[in-house]
Design a protein. Structure first.
Length: 178
């Protein structure tokens, strides 16, 4: 070794005025140390860039999901309500229909004139209509026996099916609109 001193981190040669550099050992070893350090820094920077790109993509995906959720929450909190007195030729009773975005909630009572078939007891306004027919089996009911069903057609007809005569109680019946 023809140098007296070395750098602290990479042990590169440092000469004083009485040193005689040995090119094959001093300079070649110094270049090898520099090359190794630069390559390590380059690899670490590449790995960091990949991680940053992955984090950026995840952030954008999460931002899109958050925006979609915010839009859903906004649509759910926009309530449309209709209070309906049913046509006595079809069914007696009153019904309150709430629509929260994709959710329809029914409350009230209805006693259909006919039973053992689906009966249209009301036609929903276009704002409250689903895009496809919805079914909700097992609606709560009063004097009727058997299991009543309700369905809401895309054309707006709110239909009930009661196996036997009696009153149906709609109590917080929820159906998801598509």
């Amino acid at each position: 070794m023809a140098h007296t001193n070395s750098t602290e981190n990479y042990r590169l040669p440092q000469f004083i005025n009485t040193d005689k550099p040995a090119w094959l050992t001093d300079v070649n070893n110094a270049y090898a140390a520099i090359d190794t350090a630069i390559k390590s820094a380059s690899d670490a920077a590449g790995a960091a860039a990949t991680q940053a790109a992955t984090a950026q993509a995840a952030t954008e995906t999460n931002a899109d999901a958050i925006t979609a959720l915010q839009n859903t929450v906004a649509s759910v909190t926009t309530e449309q309500t209709a209070t309906v007195t049913l046509d006595p030729a079809v069914a007696s009773g009153n019904l309150v229909i709430h629509s929260y975005g994709k959710l329809i909630q029914l409350e009230g009572t209805a006693t259909p004139v006919n039973h053992d078939q689906y009966v249209t007891i009301h036609t929903l306004t276009s704002v409250l209509r689903p895009n496809e027919t919805l079914y909700s089996p097992g609606v709560g009911f009063g004097g009727a026996t058997g299991t009543p069903h309700i369905r809401v057609r895309a054309t707006g007809q709110l239909e009930v099916y009661v196996p036997t005569a009696g009153e149906i109680t709609f109590s917080c019946v929820y159906m998801i609109r598509e």
